[in-house]
Design a protein around this ligand. Structure first.
Ligand SMILES: *Cc1c(COP(=O)(O)O)cnc(C)c1O
Length: 227
């Protein structure tokens, strides 16, 4: 467990370095610890080292962890594919859903979000390279989807989420993330009140921060390699 603490302090240094290298304030970059496949003891260790946001990909895996950690003040981010028959539980147990790419799913989340809870924070997942088999709305259709979601009262549209195709070339990473940032800025210019650009994982967070990411989602560099 001290390994997790050590990894988190190295990660914070890396975030600071990447931010300072591009003249940004590291406080503008929020960190989501991606905890798929990890047990609650590992999550508690991360929380002990200052982590307050966790990202989970699978509802069935996440629900027991959320229940077992209900004594902590945590923000839960759903970052996996949202099946429309799971929207009731996702809307009930999560604070954010970062992987919305269809109006149907957004409407169902809106319908199931309780009037006593804060509105559910939403990011739209964008498929930047329009790869046919990949999740995400294509760039051309993003503005229209944003406008529809922005009208749903139980949701707060916060921004965009990107998972680009993996590449180890920092130049290519930067090129793709810069296009993501351009799309994000164009939506803000169109009048949408977005404040979240979620991009950057363990292998590409430095490039993402340089390109303007405001939220990175880190698993491996916090918890170690997954099996
Ligand atoms: C697993 C996952 C991550 C974290 O990836 P690492 O490479 O382990 O940092 C981030 N975002 C999403 C959507 C994921 O599924």
């Amino acid at each position: 467990m001290t390994q997790i603490t050590n990894r988190i302090s190295r990660l914070r240094q890396r975030i600071c370095q990447a931010a300072e290298a591009s003249g940004r304030d590291p406080a503008q970059i929020s960190l989501v610890a991606v905890s798929k496949t990890r047990n609650v003891d590992e999550l508690r260790a991360a929380h002990g080292a200052g982590i307050g946001r966790f990202g989970e990909n699978y509802l069935q895996e996440a629900l027991p962890k959320i229940a077992l950690l209900s004594d902590l003040e945590l923000d839960w981010h759903f970052i996996g594919p949202v099946q429309s028959n799971k929207t009731r539980e996702v809307a009930a147990h999560f604070d954010w859903v970062q992987s919305v790419d269809r109006i149907k799913v957004a409407r169902r989340l809106n319908q199931h979000r309780s009037a006593w809870s804060q509105p559910l924070n939403i990011c739209i997942q964008v498929n930047l390279s329009a790869e046919p088999q990949k999740a995400g709305v294509v760039p051309d259709k993003t503005l229209a989807l944003c406008r529809e979601i922005a009208q749903l009262p139980r949701l707060t549209l916060r921004g965009l989420m990107f998972i680009p195709a993996p590449t180890s070339s920092p130049g290519e990473q930067l090129r793709v993330f810069s296009r993501a940032h351009e799309l994000y800025e164009s939506l803000r210019d169109a009048g949408l009140a977005l404040d979240t650009l979620s991009m950057g994982m363990s292998a590409d967070m430095d490039a993402a921060i340089r390109a303007g990411s405001t939220m990175i989602r880190i698993g491996t560099d916090i918890f170690g390699p997954r099996n």
